[in-house]
Ligand binder design. Structure first.
Ligand SMILES: [Fe+2]
Length: 271
């Protein structure tokens, strides 16, 4: 196995492992977990993964559950989400971490490129531990006492959901199930113990116990930390590329520059 760090802060490409081979995956499982914890997102090229093989590989990093987001599930395996975009805005071209409106958001995800455009459709990740470390100590300690409200009902996502959901049944069911919840503004990472800024532009609606002007300013500042190039990595997909990321330590952004070309991805959420 060969590791190629893509930037100092975040992201490594890993060569020399066939993710569809259970023996290789078992042999390198400890190393892969360690590298992911340190590098926050890891990439592989030229893989061929059936839905079952992808789920088996994703289990290296944690538990997997049947799909619980607003995307449809793969007919062959209920743990695999189908991310298909063609000429539509999906709400993923906003910096975010996945499902931060759930009490325990996914620890990470494994994304496999099935069909990608000739150019465009890159994904970007930003290190939220690097973001926290960049803040002055006085700002860090101020933020540690704050809590923020996260809501799944982001306009960019619900517009898309409503288009697919003619009766509105799915929309109402999710709304019923997931009330807005509070999360700390600074989260301690469950694996590394590192502090992470945990506010994102897609799902964080307001900061508790401050005025609405203060809340707006804080959210703009904190969610804007994802936009700093020094804490980012940008990945150009090819068919067969795989990314595994830490959903707590990072935020991501799906660059929306390839429509009307199709892009099809398989995602497995890791708990
Ligand atoms: Fe996402």
């Amino acid at each position: 196995m060969k590791i190629d760090n893509l930037t100092p802060a975040i992201g490594s490409e890993i060569h020399g492992i066939n993710l569809a081979d259970p023996d290789q995956v078992d042999r390198y499982a400890d190393d892969l977990r360690t590298i992911l914890a340190e590098r926050q997102v890891i990439f592989f090229r030229d893989q061929v993964l059936s839905p079952d093989a992808q789920v088996r590989f994703a289990k290296v990093f944690g538990r997997v559950e049947p799909v619980s987001s607003t995307f449809p599930a793969h007919p062959e395996n209920p743990h695999v989400e189908l991310l298909v975009s063609q000429g539509t805005r999906t709400g993923t071209d906003i910096w975010h971490a996945d499902l931060t409106w759930q009490k325990s958001p996914p620890a990470g995800a494994c994304l496999y490129a099935v069909e990608v455009p000739e150019t465009g459709g890159d994904t970007m990740w930003a290190s939220m531990t690097a973001a926290f470390n960049s803040l002055a100590p006085a700002m860090q300690s101020y933020l540690r006492d704050l809590r923020a409200v996260h809501n799944w009902e982001a306009p960019a996502l619900t517009d898309n959901l409503r288009k697919r959901d003619e009766t509105g049944a799915l929309y109402r069911a999710i709304r019923e199930k997931y009330a807005p919840i509070e999360q700390p503004v600074i989260l301690e990472h469950p694996v590394t113990g590192d502090p992470v800024t945990f506010v994102n532009a897609l799902y964080t609606t307001h900061i508790r116990d401050v005025t609405s002007d203060e809340s707006s300013a804080l959210i703009a500042f904190l969610s804007g930390l994802a936009k700093v190039p020094e804490w980012q990595v940008r990945f150009r997909w090819r068919q067969g590329s795989v990314a595994v990321w830490d959903n707590i330590a990072t935020q991501h952004y799906a660059v929306n520059d390839y429509h009307p070309e199709p892009r099809r991805m398989h995602r497995v959420a890791i708990r």
